[in-house]
Design a protein around this ligand. Structure first.
Ligand code: HPA
Length: 279
């Protein structure tokens, strides 16, 4: 199934509503290795993705595959614990169905997280990077999630993307980090298809065109979130160096991505909690 319509979105949203009494206004998408963030949700109601019609299920280790809905810092949140990726074989419309469903459930603000390779030489594994902007390589290559007929009730045919990542939310996130005694990096996220990691020549290309961190998700979800008029904050956890000039023994592994992701969780949690307090 390639073409997601209102019917699919409504069927999925109705199924979720029937399984929870919570009415979330904030959405949180957890990237690779960041599952544990959902453990902090109070009065959680848990819905496996397999119980929601049309919902894409991830087959990748490090992605749990369930919704956790409940309270965090007084806000009712809906947490996607794991996400499906384009490289798993889903269409862009399938991958972004969860964003559509969150909108249909009443979510107006989304915090989207991911694991990413740090291309910017100032970045180190363990850093958090606020996403200031993105280059959607998959999208500009033709796989934009909005390709196909436009449903004007979901958003405009040609949505503005001048401020994809909300400047005010970014400002708050910086302040929260500072008050917790650490700093956030900020930069441009490059969305590539994967699943192979990048070659050095690809990384030199990405660096040259202004990418600070590279990953295999997020930008397509953000396009759909903005299409639907949601406010977006994007945070990359820099799990590994994506080194355009590697040493002979340099390797990048999924295990490293998951391991560093774990270590970053306390800082990421502090930013998310502080932000939710101030929403
Ligand atoms: N490249 C692409 N995606 C990633 C990386 C990377 O180095 N690290 C985590 N996700």
């Amino acid at each position: 199934m390639d073409n997601i319509t209102q019917t699919h979105i409504q069927e999925a949203a109705t199924a979720v509503q029937q399984m929870t009494a919570h009415r979330p206004s904030v959405g949180l998408v957890l990237g690779s290795g960041l599952n544990a963030l959902a453990d902090a949700v109070e009065n959680p109601e848990i819905i496996p993705y397999t119980k929601i019609p049309h919902w894409p299920v991830s087959t990748v280790s490090g992605h749990s595959g369930r919704l956790v809905i409940g309270l965090l810092e007084g806000q009712t949140v809906i947490v996607q614990q794991g996400r499906a990726h384009f490289y798993e074989g889903y269409s862009m419309q399938q991958i972004t169905l969860p964003m559509r469903v969150m909108r249909a459930l009443g979510v107006t603000t989304v915090i989207v997280t991911n694991a990413a390779g740090g291309i910017n030489s100032e970045f180190n594994p363990g850093d958090l990077m606020l996403i200031s902007d993105h280059i959607n390589f998959v999208g500009i290559g033709g796989y934009n999630p909005l390709r196909g007929p436009n449903d004007d009730t979901l958003g405009p045919r040609f949505p503005d993307m001048t401020h994809p990542y909300d400047p005010e939310l970014r400002q708050i996130a910086h302040e929260v980090a500072r008050s917790n005694g650490f700093a956030l990096q900020e930069g441009v996220y490059g969305h590539v298809a994967g699943p192979s990691f990048e070659t050095p020549a690809e990384l030199r290309f990405l660096r040259t065109v202004g990418v600070d961190a590279v990953g295999m998700s997020t930008a397509s979800e953000v396009v759909v979130a903005r299409h639907g008029g949601m406010r977006v904050l994007g945070i990359s956890s820099i799990t590994n160096k994506a080194d355009p000039d590697p040493k002979p023994d340099t390797v990048v592994t999924h295990a490293e991505v998951l391991e560093t992701g774990q270590q970053i969780i306390p800082h990421l949690m502090a930013v998310i909690r502080g932000l939710l307090q101030r929403l």
